[in-house]
Design a protein around this ligand. Structure first.
Ligand code: Q9C
Ligand code: ZN
Length: 345
């Protein structure tokens, strides 16, 4: 199985985040990637490749807004120029309080683009986010008749980022960028299956009014979990995208059988609208031992993901989203990929 990886993703290593009113070490750390790489290097099916060279990435401008990209590229430099010492984290939110705000201080601009305080920007953030996006798009590029599946080791994750908003540890929406590449390559309709513990609010928002992408998400009910304001079952899309968005908000403690039942229903729904490829936003924070999750999937349960996915018979791209149980992350990931490869024919 093709594994796309770039060491630049390790350059984003924030010092900490605000969590339940306290300052803690960042959950979304390079250690996640080290844990995964250790296991992938032991796996016989892994065929490592680097992303494509920088030149050919038109999807960035199709998914994200130009001013937002320019902001991400320069934010940390501007933050430092304004004599701030730590990582860039907003603490003013100008759009909420002043409709006529055009302030250009980095303090104001951060608050305009950020959706939370858990997503610091530091020296290596842009390079890492860009590398992660390249990994996703290159993995999508590799899918064709000969290559049925690939895994992109995307980090920082992407599914909470929308056209011009970052947050939830996400800056560029890797799954949306990969999906756009598949569409650009001629796949007529693409399904995104978001299996992260948290609702993929950024991805939902990006494709909300589009008929060429079906978005399905299984996640903790926003009535008790982040992002709190998005992911309810009555959010079904609008205009060309009406009926093309399907949410499964799930309760605390959700066990594997419930999760797998919804997984099958999500796949059935995308097959019914004739998607030609599937992009899996593979969060592993549904694991029972995850420090941010409340679901109860075991390491063995992840080996049950492959069968329903492979049975769909479509080109299938796996991209990493969340998952914070660093020790078990690699094992859980390989159980998903291995079970897919074994069932694929
Ligand atoms: N420290 C992903 O799994 N909120 N993002 C945690 C605040 C952020 C998770 C509580 C959760 C975001 C990709
Ligand atoms: Zn998550």
């Amino acid at each position: 199985m093709l594994i796309i990886h770039d060491d630049d993703v390790l350059g984003h290593a924030p010092r900490g985040e605000v969590h339940r009113g306290e300052w803690i070490d960042s959950m979304e750390s390079p250690a996640r990637v080290h844990g995964i790489l250790t296991e992938l290097r032991r796996w016989d099916h892994a065929d490592f490749q680097a992303p494509l060279a920088d030149a050919a990435y038109q999807e960035l401008g199709q998914i994200h807004c130009g001013q937002y990209l320019e902001f991400l590229r320069t934010a940390f430099e501007r933050w430092r120029e304004e004599r701030n010492d730590g990582d860039a984290i907003p603490y003013v939110w100008p759009t909420r309080n002043n409709l006529n705000d055009h302030s250009e201080t980095i303090q104001a601009v951060l608050g305009r683009y950020a959706s939370d305080t858990a997503t610091p920007i530091m020296e290596g953030t842009w390079r890492a986010a860009w590398a992660s996006a390249k990994v996703a798009i290159s993995a999508a590029e590799s899918l064709n008749d000969g290559t049925r599946t690939a895994f992109g080791l995307t980090r920082p994750p992407g599914h909470h980022a929308s056209r011009d908003v970052y947050g939830g540890y996400c800056f560029l929406n890797n799954a949306a960028l990969a999906t756009q590449r598949l569409l650009n390559k001629g796949f007529q309709r693409v399904g995104i299956l978001d299996l992260d513990y948290h609702h993929g609010n950024g991805t939902q928002q990006i494709f909300w009014e589009r008929g060429d992408v079906f978005f399905a998400s299984l996640h903790a009910d926003p009535d008790f979990e982040f992002p709190y304001y998005s992911g309810h079952s009555n959010e079904t899309g609008a205009n060309d995208g009406a009926g093309m968005n399907l949410n499964f908000p799930l309760p605390q403690g959700t066990p594997a059988d419930t999760f797998l039942d919804c997984l099958q229903r999500a796949i059935d729904a995308m097959m019914a609208v004739d998607v030609r490829a599937i992009v899996v936003s593979l969060g592993l924070d549904t694991f029972a031992g995850d420090p941010l999750g409340t679901f109860s999937l075991s390491t063995e349960d992840f080996a049950a993901f492959g069968k329903p996915l492979a049975t769909a018979g479509l080109p299938t791209l796996f991209l990493l989203e969340g998952g914070y149980a660093t020790e078990e992350l690699g094992r859980n990931l390989i159980n998903v990929l291995q079970s897919f490869v074994c069932q694929m024919k």
